[in-house]
Design a protein around this ligand. Sequence first.
Ligand code: ZN
Length: 186
Amino acid sequence: MAIQPIRFFGDPVLVTPASPVVDFDRELRQLVSDLTETMQAAPGAGLAAPQIGVPLRVFVWDVDDEIGHLINPSLDLSDEMQEGEEGCLSFPNLVYETPRAFRAVAKGFNMHGEPIVVEGTELLARCLQHETDHLNGVLFIDRMGAESRKLAMKEIRESEWFGAAIEKGTAPTIKVSPHSTFGLGT
Ligand code: ZN
């Protein structure tokens, strides 16, 4: 078990769609363990494998005292929406209003390859959507309304962590991710 460094916005792995898990092996169990430990140390409510530089469709969550993980998820979302603020460990200290579906049903597998269904409303639903987005290379700034996104971009440009990336020459041009949203939110 080991805490891994979390990748910040600007790292290409965060805007690259992740690959499905094929082998439910010891390495996968190690990944789930590392993700869980890294999330808890942060601390955060969820963490997706690309956020620690692993381009696989795996994420973990810690919501309402329930820790879980999901592999190769697919989502069904309610038409009903929820308002609320959201943050992301790949955008330190950034918290903005981000609309999400009120209810989400996520189907996928546990680390032993057994099919599981996770159903949640409110915060768990928000987390399932946020983390599944990560696996598609979609970030929460892509889900914000125009006004929140504008403010978020300004805050990112002025942030110390983004400034450090500029100095290292690894900062991206800030623009909204061109990825499609894979039909989520419908
Ligand atoms: Zn995130």
